[in-house]
Design a protein around this ligand. Structure first.
Ligand code: DGT
Ligand code: CA
Ligand code: CA
Ligand code: ZN
Length: 575
């Protein structure tokens, strides 16, 4: 079992304890332990098995939690959790995922009504029952209804980053256990969609059949949904990601990869093209209709070529004009991870990050970057210990003094400055002017009327120091929708003022998303791709941001942080 799985069970139980109105100290100890376990590099499962190690070495894990972890490792749950799950309806954990309903509100709700499922909760809101309860009103009912709709849309989907960990783990495992030489991930995962419904794996060549059996034996596989000659389907991990593994002969690998990469819309359009050329395309290959003679199938390249097309990168396969572009030499030369020369949005211990400036610089250097920008939070984010004017100035001076040659990487002094409700910047202009790079971000009041939100962001960009609009739509995947505003108007203003739009590579955000990236590019926008790292290891998330940029048809030149350090410095000079 993975650390995050242990952490999830603890955090979930803490929520239930809070609904039950239990002692705050105990609840906190569960939450702290959950956070520590999620962030610890050592594997809890391993530590529990190894007599020379103790889980109590993890800060925040005492004897009590250690016993709980032991129980989880043995049977996947623990006594306290089971008791609480019995006390509350089965839908309670789901209801906790609904925005606007914290444990405290749920406690009140449960003491007056008996909703057992999300559907019951929805009905209570529609019948305006929440309004009768203390500190709840019509606004909350609306918010909960919106959030339920959002929850239903996202239920059963998984973050791309989760798919990525699962794919890496399973591919390595199948190689080791079954000697499978070639296991490749297809489906929405390969297309780099920000969330995936399930994970589609293909095995070809040596060990492919054996891989079907081996998959069922993986320690994180909780259920085998089906297993046949050529296919196995399983549930993986505590949240039940479905994994489909298909075994294929070598000669149809390209056709199968093409077929199972999708998207369905792309495939339908491609098959139409094949038909018009007297060909038929399926997961086994491309063949002539008249005599069934095989034309292509071993590689994707030969299939696309036989259809008169350049090979189309998976990220573009959404039937959004990529087939036409591939036919007439109009495909973009998509940006690649290696093009990125600096990461320009990250946090340190100064606010809510985990590492020091020097550690982040070292991590940036290890990524092969020429530069980074440290962009901690501003004071409006009091919970994150955001910087006030005085600390902003001190920080800028500190960066000026550090020995950049010794660090081996250029460090820009920056700030992720909150945009207040009225559009004012959270930090005085004089202090902002001392910094190399200011990102303006919305972190509060997400549900303003669209017109007010538009004005708010437009006003923020009036600050001459602002160079980047951070995570421009504010969405949090599977959790919170984008806030509404006049995107086009904001982009036009950003273009006019030389403000770059962020493609935030944090796996929970991936904001901007592809259609908006493409729309913004058409309006002349330029971008930065940055990770918003709160830990040195988050810098590796850049690849998800790059994948999003690729889905938005971006080339290297469209992102400012593909430039060398001097050019980048010039691009962020204040107007
Ligand atoms: P997901 O899993 O919801 O994130 O999205 P996909 O795109 O991975 O969809 P999935 O797993 O149902 O199928 C994987 C690919 O296989 C899909 O992108 C295209 C192909 N495929 C599956 N079923 C069909 C089908 O009935 N017709 C066509 N044309 N393609 C299909
Ligand atoms: Ca899939
Ligand atoms: Ca599938
Ligand atoms: Zn932010």
């Amino acid at each position: 079992m993975e650390n995050r799985e242990f952490a999830r069970l603890l955090a979930e139980t803490a929520d239930l304890m809070e609904i039950a109105g239990e002692d705050g100290f105990r609840i906190r100890s569960y939450r702290n332990a959950a956070a520590a376990i999620a962030g610890t590099p050592a594997r809890v499962e391993e530590m529990l098995r190894n007599p020379e190690r103790k889980v109590t070495e993890i800060p925040g894990v005492g004897k009590g939690i250690a016993a709980v972890l032991q129980e989880i490792a043995e049977r996947g749950s623990f006594e306290r959790r089971d008791e609480l799950l019995k006390k509350y309806p089965p839908g309670a954990l789901e209801m906790l995922k609904i925005q606007g309903l914290g444990p405290k509100s749920l406690a009140v709700l449960f003491s007056h009504f008996e909703p057992r499922t999300i559907d019951d909760l929805e009905k209570l809101c529609q019948e305006h029952k929440l309004q009768d309860l203390p500190r709840m009103g019509a606004k909350l009912e609306e918010k909960v209804l919106r959030s339920i709709a959002q929850y239903r849309k996202s239920a059963g989907r998984f973050l791309l980053s989760y798919g990525s960990r699962a794919a890496a783990e399973l591919t390595a495992y199948l190689g080791e256990k079954a000697g499978a030489r070639r296991v490749t991930a297809a489906g929405s995962y390969r297309r780099g969609r920000e969330t995936i419904g399930d994970l589609d794996l293909l095995a070809t060549g040596v060990g492919a059949r054996e891989a079907l059996d081996a998959l069922a034996g993986h320690p994180s596989v909780t259920e085998v949904l089906g297993k046949g000659e050529n296919k196995a389907s399983v549930k993986y991990g505590g949240e039940g990601l479905q994994v489909d593994l298909r075994a294929l002969p070598e000669e149809s690998f390209g056709a199968a990869l093409q077929y199972f990469t999708g998207s369905k819309e792309h495939n339908v359009a491609l098959r139409g093209r094949a038909q018009r050329m007297g060909l038929t395309l399926n997961e086994y290959g491309l063949a002539r209709v008249e005599d069934g003679a095989r034309v292509a199938g071993a590689t994707e390249e030969e299939i696309y070529a036989a259809l008169g097309l350049a090979w189309i990168p998976p990220e573009l396969r959404e039937n959004q004009g990529e087939i036409e572009a591939a036919a007439n030499g109009g495909l973009p030369r998509l940006i690649e991870v290696g093009d990125v020369r600096g990461d320009v949005h990250m946090h340190t211990r100064e606010t809510d990050g985990r590492a020091t400036l020097e550690e982040m610089a070292e991590a940036g250097r290890a990524m092969g970057y020429e530069y980074i920008a440290i962009t901690d939070h501003s004071k409006a984010l009091a919970m994150a210990n955001g910087l006030d004017e005085k600390r902003v100035i001190e920080f800028a001076q500190r960066v000026r003094k550090i020995d950049q040659a010794k660090l081996g990487i250029r460090v820009f002094s920056g700030l992720e400055c909150d945009i207040r409700k009225d559009g004012a910047m959270d930090i005085e202009e004089d202090a902002l002017a001392q910094l190399d790079l200011v990102i303006a971000s919305v972190h509060s009041h997400f549900s303003l009327e669209p017109a007010a939100m538009t004005d708010r962001i437009l006003r923020a960009m009036e600050s001459p120091s602002v160079r980047i609009l951070g995570h421009p739509t504010g969405r949090v995947l599977l959790h919170r929708d984008a806030y509404a505003y006049e995107f086009e108007q904001v982009v036009k203003e950003a273009v006019r003022r030389g403000v770059f739009l962020e493609i935030n590579a944090s796996p929970e955000r991936l904001d901007l998303h592809a259609p908006l990236i493409r729309a913004a590019k058409a309006l002349g926008a330029r971008f930065v791709i940055s990770t918003d790292a709160h830990d040195p290891k988050h810098l590796a998330n850049i690849r998800f941001g790059v994948q999003m940029a690729r889905r938005g048809w971006l080339e290297a030149g469209d992102a400012i942080n593909t430039r060398g350090v001097e050019d980048f410095a010039k691009a962020i000079e204040k107007s």
